[in-house]
Design a protein around this ligand. Structure first.
Ligand code: UDP
Ligand code: MG
Length: 322
């Protein structure tokens, strides 16, 4: 079995020596134990401005276990990862994605490969607890996972982008032609036999986080808007609620009017305010429903993936999703 470890790197010159050392050691260990036949590290340099790429070039000339891709500019973590995964889909039987900062425990890789050898196509690395994250990061993440699940985007709680994927799972993922990438959510919709490996997340040992608050918020918003059209439905619901309130208001206003308790002009203003408000919201909601449909259509996601076949001729059973 050929294993490829894909590592997106952005200005990671401080981490690379340690990362290369630890990942190579893990690969060697697994090769020795015959868990894998051949393992390799693929660094994807996401347009770094420091010495990251020259380090990658140096390592790949010294060490046959290392190779690298350099993106022409900083495209962002999800795109850098996709660049690596795309290459991996054609060149490896299983692919693990991990961050360059080694906050994710490299020893979990061994458990992931074990799960793969036991038949799992996708193995999610899940953080056991987030003690090393700041109070804010921990709670904002929790809120995000809850909101996301409420809105119908399936994501695995406390799982980031540390995961193993088999070749066929990756090939299926690469069939998603969308441009708003939220990989962890997309992977969760693939199906296939999946497993989970738990690990403790560490602190970044060198360099600094490339995900400041601003990027985190936009990533979370991206996640929600790439996966859910429920916010659009809510507009319609709100419109219906407003119309119901307006009925109550109409009755109240008319009663006050006929009781001569209302000052002139109040009844008509109040009624039109609530009724028109409700109508506008419903109109927005209806438009939203269509926009939601257009949105789903433009994603052009594949409708299904075939996992297995039975009773079909031999040459049809190969390369299910190619
Ligand atoms: N990264 C990247 N491009 C970017 C930002 C980050 O490839 O524009 C990489 C980075 O080098 C690291 C991974 O994405 O390997 C995760 O970034 P980081 O550790 O800074 O995020 P955090 O763990 O703080 O969320
Ligand atoms: Mg990190």
């Amino acid at each position: 079995m050929n294993l490829l470890i894909v590592v997106p790197c952005y200005n990671e010159e401080e981490m690379l020596p340690e990362t290369t050392c630890q990942l190579s050691a893990i690969i060697e260990r697994m090769e020795k134990d015959k868990m894998i036949k051949n393992g390799k590290i693929l660094y994807v340099d996401d347009g770094s401005r420091d010495k990251t790429w020259s380090l990658i070039e140096k390592y790949s000339s010294e060490n046959t276990k290392v190779c690298g891709l350099k993106l022409s500019r900083n495209s962002g973590h999800q795109f850098a990862l996709t660049a690596g995964l795309e290459w991996a889909a054609d060149n490896a039987d299983a692919t693990i994605s991990i961050d360059a900062d080694l906050q994710d425990d490299v020893n979990a890789i061994i458990d992931m490969v074990k799960c793969f050898n036991n038949g799992a196509d996708i193995v999610y690395g899940v953080r056991r607890e987030r003690k090393t994250d700041t109070f804010f990061k921990r709670n904002s993440a929790l809120l995000f996972y809850k909101l996301m699940n409420r809105l119908g985007g399936k994501i695995i709680y406390n799982h980031a982008d540390f995961r193993l994927m088999s070749r066929r799972a990756l090939k299926s993922l690469m069939k998603y032609p969308e441009r708003n990438l939220f990989l962890r959510g997309m992977v969760a919709t693939l199906g296939y036999p999946a497993d989970v490996v738990y690990y403790d997340r560490r602190e970044r040992s060198a360099g600094e986080s490339k995900y400041p608050l601003k990027k985190m918020i936009s990533f979370a918003l991206d996640g929600i808007t790439s996966f859910s059209i429920k916010p659009l439905h809510y507009i319609t619901y709100l419109g219906v609620v407003f119309i119901m309130i307006s009925i109550a208001v109409i009755i109240y206003a008319l009663v006050s009017y006929f009781d001569n308790e209302a000052i002139q002009g109040w009844t008509s203003l109040l009624i039109s305010l609530w009724f028109i408000g409700g109508c506008i919201l419903i109109a927005c909601g209806v438009t939203g429903e269509y926009i939601g449909k257009i949105y789903i259509e433009t994603k052009r996601r594949p409708l299904y993936f075939i996992e297995k076949r039975a009773g079909m001729s031999e040459n049809n059973t190969k390369d299910e999703n190619e």
